[in-house]
Design a protein around this ligand. Structure first.
Ligand code: ADP
Length: 272
């Protein structure tokens, strides 16, 4: 199956109900102002801290369809823009997800953009400045983005390396929003609601999560994200004892190192 087949033609309309999102600061207002001003947005922050959920919520709020592309090292500009395909002996042009999003005036979310091949930045640059044009080189066409189109990219500065840094020429086109794990009471509310556990269990999980984040730099690349705490809560809600849930959803998920797994489990033992 090719990449294109995973993105069939139709773009889903926004959901009827608001995707649940707890605002942390002024991100809702800034995103909305950026979109109304036709400025693209860069979301910075560690994995699992609410960036995707935020974009889902904002697309709903602005009444726009959302097209999400998870970028990976094999993703090329053609994967985003489109290509000619031979089907039943005929050559037809098939729009890629970015071209479809531009045509539909959707919000296009390119998750972990630095993972993609370098040629992808070439196609997003003219889209991300005043021109708002998508060059479709193989078709010899320049696609003008309608006012409703919004470009959003995300990037995890924690994984930063010389090879995977976002270039100034790219980042200086975007309005940047910084994400981090939500403050403790808010994170507890999210874990309670998304994980289906009581307030006390959620508060303990969040305390545990914060402890694991302090192990960052001491061998752990990253501590438990909000996403992992939600996963742990779901296991607990499904009947798994808390310590076993912390082991499976957090300790073993964040590291392969036996000593670090034991250290994370020990932290779980102090709250459960
Ligand atoms: P990211 O895109 O940053 O990797 P996600 O948006 O997928 O992370 O967040 C992971 C999970 O954490 C979400 O599915 C949701 O359950 C929860 N979450 C994190 N932050 C929030 C928030 N502010 N409001 C609601 N849910 C959140």
């Amino acid at each position: 199956m090719s990449f294109m087949d995973e993105f069939p033609g139709a773009i889903a309309p926004p959901p009827a109900e608001a995707p649940y999102y707890e605002p942390v600061g002024d991100e809702v207002a800034v995103f909305e102002a950026a979109w109304r001003s036709r400025l693209p947005v860069l979301l910075k922050g560690p994995t699992g801290c609410g960036k995707t959920r935020f974009v889902e919520h904002m697309a709903w709020r602005l009444g726009r369809p959302l097209v999400t592309v998870s970028c990976h090292e094999d993703l090329t500009a053609s994967d985003l823009v489109g290509r000619y395909l031979v089907r039943g002996g005929e050559t037809t042009w098939v729009d890629g997800p970015l071209a479809r999003a531009v045509r539909a005036g959707a919000i296009c979310y390119l998750d972990e953009i630095v993972e993609a091949r370098k040629d992808t930045t070439v196609v997003i640059h003219p889209l991300a400045d005043d021109r708002r044009l998508l060059p479709m080189e193989k078709r010899g066409e320049l696609l003008q983005a309608p006012p409703e189109f919004g470009l959003v990219i995300s990037y995890n500065p924690g994984y930063q390396s010389v090879l995977k840094d976002l270039k100034q020429s790219t980042r200086q086109r975007f309005v940047a929003l910084e994400f981090d794990y939500p403050p403790e009471p808010l994170e507890a509310r999210i874990v309670e609601r998304e994980g289906g556990v009581d307030a006390e269990t959620a508060a303990r999980l969040v305390r545990f999560g914060r402890m694991t984040r302090n192990l960052r730099g001491q061998g752990l690349e990253e501590g438990a994200s909000t996403r992992l705490l939600v996963h742990t809560a779901r296991l607990i809600a499904a009947g798994i004892p808390p310590r076993a849930a912390c082991r499976a959803a957090v300790a073993r998920a964040v590291t392969d190192d036996a000593e670090l797994v034991a250290a994370v489990e020990e932290l779980a033992g102090t709250v459960f």
